[in-house]
Design a protein. Structure first.
Length: 241
């Protein structure tokens, strides 16, 4: 008895059996799609392997923490170099043992200069000194834009909380002891005028420490002024106690 030949399967989309050319085309397309998917998968796998190797190499290498913890710049030297040619005394406070000056810079803004010193205190808190002045010695607070700069760039848009006299100067206080130190550089600040200059002393350490720093700032400016006139300055640090 002769073996019956199986009838070609009917393709639903066509409503009839595939022709030989259609079968060949379908198989070729399936082969192309398979190779394409395989290529993408291989590419993703290769990227993951490469990324993993980069992470391994990164964590195997010694990680430098920089020199910030040990850095302490010479403020007096920077002040002498930066202030050369300017008819102004730059504040160089003689800070207490354990303090580290992280940076001291003199920048020229629109119509005025800004001298800033950033410290790490003995209690590992932050403190800064900012001195604003004009090149010709005119009152800096009369320069357009200075008040805006002070409020936005130095005093973090804080509102004054009081007034006091310290080291022969009248200061405006900014007392915010509950501010988070990871979101602010000011818990306590003093803002005052020294001649025609503006001076702001601020930080995250306690108010007493910032007051002592303010007195040291005033002492340094008094010493500079007396040296220029041949006199001597009297230290007023006891007023901060």
């Amino acid at each position: 008895m002769a073996k019956k030949t199986k009838a070609p399967a009917i393709v639903a989309e066509l409503g009839r059996p595939e022709t030989a050319s259609e079968t060949a085309a379908r198989k070729a397309e399936n082969s192309r799609l398979y190779k394409s998917r395989k290529t993408v998968n291989n590419l993703v796998f290769s990227l993951l392997v490469s990324f993993g190797l980069m992470l391994v190499i990164y964590f195997m290498m010694p990680q430098s923490t920089g020199d910030f913890d040990q850095r302490s710049v010479n403020v007096a030297e920077i002040a002498e170099q930066s202030g050369a040619g300017l008819n102004v005394d730059l504040a160089v406070p003689a800070v207490d043992e354990g303090w580290m000056a992280k940076s001291a810079t003199l920048k020229h803004e629109d119509g005025f200069y800004v001298w800033r010193i950033h410290f790490t205190t003995a209690d590992q808190a932050y403190a800064s000194v900012t001195q604003l002045f004009t090149e010709d010695g005119e009152p800096v607070l009369e320069v357009p834009g200075v008040e805006t700069y002070l409020n936005a760039e130095v005093l973090e848009a804080l509102e004054p909380t009081g007034q006091e006299s310290l080291a022969g100067t009248d200061w405006t206080l900014y007392d915010y002891p509950n501010r988070a130190t990871d979101k602010s550089n000011i818990r306590f600040a003093l803002s005052g005028a020294v001649g025609n200059d503006a001076v702001i002393v601020s930080g995250t350490d306690n108010a007493g420490t910032i007051r002592v720093l303010a007195t040291q700032v005033m002492d340094s400016l008094a010493v500079s002024s007396d040296q220029a006139t041949g006199g001597s300055a009297e230290t007023t640090a006891k007023e901060a106690a």
